[in-house]
Design a binder for this molecule. Sequence first.
Ligand SMILES: [Zn+2]
Length: 390
Amino acid sequence: MIETNTINLLRSLVSFDTTSYKSNLKLIEFIENYLNKLNIKSTLIYDDTKNKANLYATIGPEDIGGVMLSGHTDVVPVTGEIWDSDPFNLIQVEDRFFGRGSADMKGFLALILSRVPEMLQANLSRPIHLAFSYDEEIGCVGVHRLLDIIKNNPVRPIFCIVGEPTNMQVVTGHKGKCGYNVIVNGLACHSGQAPLGVNAINYAAKLIVYISELAKEKSIKGPFDYDYEIPFTTLHTGVLSGGTVVNIVPDLCKFEFEIRYLAEDNPKELVNKIKIFAEENLLPNMLKVSKEAGINFEKKVSYPGLLIQHNSKLVKYIKKLLNNNKHKKVIFGTEGGLFQSKLSLPTVVCGPGDINQAHKANEYITLDQLEKGGKFLDSLIASLNDDFSL
Ligand SMILES: [Zn+2]
């Protein structure tokens, strides 16, 4: 089946520049109107600025939990990327559709919307819930408000499919992530009097080395999950700044580190170790020289990992729908870990497109992936008949 409807919808969705730092309301209103015309009510859950919103809608019976199809509406920026075409104007070249968000993940949203008439005709025994979020790309920020609404609903979904691009293979896990800004305050002085100052870069460096030692320890002691290319929790420092000129002892150094952890690992323990090292091994020496010295940690992004057993009922069911017995784990994060941890909702990730074609110039999705995604949704809808059980 050629996905003409899907492609037209995808063209509309891509035309809204929903880069995370911008408003997504025009796109959300487009979806709300589309659903409205089909007599489906949407609940919009706004952020504080009222410039962004999540959308939640239920198709089918409202007194029973169903299948939640989850996707984010925001996209990563095109800044600094060199595109061969306008990123917000979907174009087709042979069997590829180019545009920002085509793979990650407006293709999935377009497929869902294209199937709504079919869902309405299907006489579903279980409903389909649409859960579309904002601010996913900046660390799964927007979906929290949606989680609160779902949590307090009398009827909760029974499982969730997050349609991030997995080439339509079922994904049973990804790592969690937490990131920190570290601000090291020292005491400036002329470099000729270095011992009278507190060199913030030196102390930051000691802490960074400690973080890299913890990373090494993790690689040796685990825990391990060999479904991952890197089968253990990783720690890494990615950004550093400090100092002004070489003849001044720097009084400020900032750096950022992150932990990407297996769902079964405990990142808090690692963060505590880092904080204790700073307090016990670094701060006393700093404070001896200056009472103003300090090391402060600011939590940045964080989302939990996802892990669902590959022999669970949900994974078996999805594999049957896909007619594909394989499963995998992925290196990128999704909102799936939050659905699992905050709503206790069995969750898999499965969607059209390839993550390798996302987050870069000339992002695209292939017709083949859209067709596979469409077939999957058709099978899913057909399975939600009176015989449905999980
Ligand atoms: Zn995504």
